[in-house]
Design a protein. Structure first.
Length: 365
């Protein structure tokens, strides 16, 4: 399990400047104590240099026509990459973690069905990658069929389970007797349907999948909620993108012991630093029944003093903290007001630090 260290050097550089060379033995002792405390965490990693090029191998959930493929098309800088469609999300993430691919692109969360559990579990327990960016797109589900097929002909619906779940109500009302079968992706189901030329089967997928595989759209926008959005992440083996001021940090925190107030203790570290959580959920650790870890997204970047300090304390208190990356948020999800709040909190923290330094500088030599 990987935890990325946070360096104490930047934090103490300001203290030495403030002391202007007149460091008392007590102040020196205090600085050494804080440095030893911070040494339990990791040093800030080198900023990412994962600039896409024609030689960059980018794996994603294929085949062509998946919603992942559709989301990729919105990222012009990624279109020049050597695209490598793979059969499953775990395969995409393992290829990046093992060094067989430079980048990977997978769905991680949906506004209707929540987290994509296979993505979360693979990131948590099986691979060692860092998120480079997030991409959020609106998703329109369509019922795809071969030519001359009507609703009355359909006996089964084949698609990716998350897609089927997002259309549960529409399917119950319009195809109540149809059998549901799972596929590895919406596009895989569309491709197989086109190849089989079946007249009793439908699939759920994108308009792009219909175009790629020559299928008809029998019904459009069949998702149960019109504000249907899916969040995707771009991952790499290493590297952290530079802070943009509109960033998100993803963490996985494992409890040292399951005791009353353990989650509260974690959340208080964020609240004390005015750090806003954008996602909090639990996943079983697969070690024992009732043993859970916490998947947390927060606003801010590891380069921010308050975020770095929070991660240092969490690492010190909980030990097992897996860092999944600090990365720019999708442009549509940034919040200028929250950025102002974080800046105000950071300034207040710096003022408190300067105040404490001035006090300790008055200690006798």
């Amino acid at each position: 399990m990987r935890a990325v260290p946070i360096s104490a050097k930047g934090r103490f550089r300001n203290w030495r400047t403030a002391l202007s060379g007149s460091i008392t033995p007590e102040a020196t002792s205090f600085i050494k104590f804080c440095r030893s405390l911070a040494s339990t965490a990791l040093s800030l990693p080198i900023v990412s240099n994962n600039t896409p090029s024609a030689s960059t191998v980018l794996s994603f959930l294929g085949p062509l026509g998946t919603f992942t493929d559709q989301a990729l098309l919105t990222q012009k800088d990624l279109s020049i990459c050597d695209l490598d469609p793979l059969a499953s999300i775990p395969e995409v993430l393992h290829c990046v973690s093992d060094g067989r691919s430079d980048l990977g692109f997978v769905a991680i969360e949906n506004s209707i069905e929540g987290s994509v559990n296979i993505t979360q579990d693979t990131l948590t327990f099986e691979t060692d990658v860092l998120i480079q960016r997030e991409v959020v797109i609106s998703v329109q589900m369509n019922l795809l069929v071969n030519s001359d097929v009507t609703l009355a002909n359909i006996e089964e619906v084949v698609s990716f389970p998350h897609a089927t779940a997002q259309c549960r109500q529409w399917l119950a009302e319009n195809l109540p007797n149809a059998v549901h079968r799972a596929a590895n992706s919406t596009a895989e189901a569309a491709r197989h349907l086109a190849e089989s030329k079946a007249l009793n089967t439908a699939t759920i997928g994108s308009a792009r999948a219909a175009e790629v595989y020559g299928l008809n759209i029998l019904a459009e926008d069949i998702e149960d909620h019109p504000e249907n959005q899916t969040r995707f992440v771009l991952v790499a083996k290493e590297g952290i993108p530079a802070s943009t001021g509109h960033d998100k940090t993803s963490l996985i925190i494992f409890q040292r012991a399951d005791r009353p107030g353990s989650l509260l203790g974690i959340l208080q570290e964020f609240a004390a630093r005015t750090i806003n959580l954008t996602r909090l959920e639990s996943r079983p650790t697969k070690q024992a029944l009732g043993d859970y870890c916490f998947l947390i997204d927060i606003e801010g970047h590891i380069a921010d003093e308050l975020v770095a300090d929070c991660l240092r304390v969490l690492h010190m208190k909980h030990g097992q903290v897996k860092f999944l990356g600090s990365y720019p948020t999708d442009s549509g999800s940034s919040n200028g007001q929250d950025k102002d709040i974080r800046e105000a909190a950071s300034n207040a923290s710096q003022e408190a630090q300067d105040w404490l330094t001035d006090l300790r500088n008055q200690l006798p030599e």
